[in-house]
Ligand binder design. Structure first.
Ligand SMILES: *[C@@H]1O[C@H](CO)[C@@H](O)[C@H](O)[C@H]1NC(C)=O
Ligand SMILES: *[C@@H]1O[C@H](CO)[C@@H](O)[C@H](O)[C@H]1NC(C)=O
Ligand SMILES: *[C@@H]1O[C@H](CO)[C@@H](O)[C@H](O)[C@H]1NC(C)=O
Length: 437
């Protein structure tokens, strides 16, 4: 039976018993007005104050009444391991390639530390001089202190470190790394590594160099491969570095040719000796999680392989914001993305035995974003067999007044997080069950 047919049956089933939420459906949380009891064989489990979900297991009499807790002290709540039940992945739509079980716990949870990407535009134009290292020694913000705080106080374990291609080559449209500039960027990478976290090297160029698309009129795949060979050579024996092949490709005319460019980068990274690290593979449409499957990125990128033919360590890179135009520029959030993006993506990943990493998400420091982002994160954690985790956008050199700021403020030795970091993003907040315990 086709997935669509099964999905249709499930929807029908849900519609017939609207008094009860279906397995894996939402059954409570602040702002939830739908069913608060769960289909037979499942129980309503609180993930966080904003999201309760029907999970496999016998319902207990009090389970539905606990689904709408009063959110008194979420921000300071210590790490929890909710839900207590071991979570089995939803199997209804695919049983073909299940190899892992969801643990309810995301392996990689972090924050973007922006600055080296400043001056990059979405046409891939950046200037080396526009890069602003988020480190005190280069007159930036204290990115090192931010990362230490995020690890030690909040339980984060991953940072994404965006950098413009132009900075790495000192403005040359070439794959030859400028070692002076790489050493400056490496100061941030080392500050990240020193916290014990995983550190994503993210080339923040939108599949382009100064307006021209890689492999499709712009720099050749060989040039792109040389760039990645140079980066991977430096980090070949650093297991905690993750290679983010490209930030947010968009309007790339030929997705299969783009997959060839990604393949060139993967081959170069592995041949440089970085044989074990994770590599993030980005699709079209700004790496939209919502259209990764429907717009053809999934089918094109699933063919990208390691030199040995395997796909070990090759993780799909997806972004998703929660505002009305999905741009990540508005303070208010309007969706948790579950039905439109995360659920169909999870099904595809499971059926294909693959995983994805949500390396950009976030919202304003508002009540609506706290509600929806907490729901999104809880869903990702329930599906941790296919989702590695999420990385919030953004801290680093942003001004604290930036609409999506996750920049913590520092007074004396005390760091204070933004409200969204406190409510949802920080693993200690309990939106998911933590990643570093
Ligand atoms: C590398 O970049 C620096 C600027 O950071 C520049 O002064 C230097 O000439 C560049 N080196 C090469 C070999 O291009
Ligand atoms: C890109 O993704 C967004 C949602 O993330 C969607 O609304 C839009 O239609 C997509 N555009 C294309 C060209 O697929
Ligand atoms: C993806 O979106 C583009 C529009 O940007 C469209 O031209 C193309 O046909 C879509 N591809 C698929 C497979 O849906």
């Amino acid at each position: 039976m086709s997935l669509l047919a099964i999905g249709a049956l499930l929807s029908l089933g849900a519609a017939c018993v609207h008094a009860q939420a279906p397995l894996y459906g939402q059954c409570g949380g602040i702002g939830w007005s739908g069913a608060t009891t769960c289909a037979s064989g499942s129980a309503c489990v609180v993930s966080n104050p904003y999201y309760s979900q029907c999970l496999p297991g016998a319902a207990s009499p009090s389970s539905s009444s606990s689904a709408n807790p009063v959110p008194t002290s979420t921000a300071t709540k210590p790490a929890t391991s909710a839900p207590a039940t071991t979570v089995a992945p939803p199997t209804a739509t695919c049983s073909a390639s299940l190899t892992k079980r969801a643990t309810g716990k995301l392996s990689h949870v972090g924050v973007n530390i922006a600055g080296f990407d400043f001056g990059c535009n979405s046409d891939g134009s950046c200037t080396a001089s526009g890069a602003w290292p988020p480190l005190l020694k280069y007159y930036g913000h204290d990115g090192e202190g931010q990362m230490q705080h995020f690890v030690n106080d909040d339980g984060f374990n991953t940072f994404r470190l965006p950098v413009g291609w132009q900075f790495l080559t000192n403005d040359a449209m070439s794959g030859t790394i400028n070692q002076t500039n790489l050493a400056i960027y490496d100061d941030l990478v080392q500050a990240c590594l020193n916290t014990g976290a995983s550190c994503i090297v993210d080339v923040h160029n939108y599949a382009r160099f100064n307006g021209e698309i890689i492999g499709q009129g712009g720099p050749s795949n060989d040039v792109f491969a040389a760039l990645w060979s140079g980066i991977a050579t430096k980090y070949a024996s650093t297991p905690n570095v993750i290679f983010g092949v490209m930030n947010e490709p968009h309007d790339v005319p030929d997705i299969n040719m783009w997959a060839d460019s990604v393949q060139a980068a993967v081959t170069a990274i592995r041949k440089a000796g970085a044989t074990t690290q994770l590599i993030l593979l980005p699709g079209n449409n700004w790496t939209s999680a919502q259209t990764f499957v429907s717009n053809g990125s999934a089918d094109a990128l699933k063919k990208v392989v390691n030199p040995d033919g395997s796909t070990t360590g090759l993780i799909f890179d997806v972004h998703k914001y929660l505002d009305s135009d999905n741009s990540g520029t508005n303070a208010e959030c309007v969706t948790n993305n579950i039905a439109d993006a995360w659920e169909p993506l999870a099904n595809w990943l499971r059926c294909n035995g693959r995983q994805a990493f949500n390396t950009e998400t976030g919202g304003g420091n508002t009540a609506s974003c706290a509600q929806y982002l907490c729901q999104q994160i809880a869903y990702q954690a329930q599906n941790s067999d296919v989702f590695l985790g999420y990385v919030g956008w953004a801290a680093g050199n942003f001004d604290p007044s930036y609409v999506l700021s996750e920049v913590p403020t520092n007074t004396g030795s005390t760091w204070t997080d933004t409200s969204l970091v406190k409510a949802c993003l920080a693993p200690v907040s309990g939106s998911q069950s933590g990643s570093t315990s």
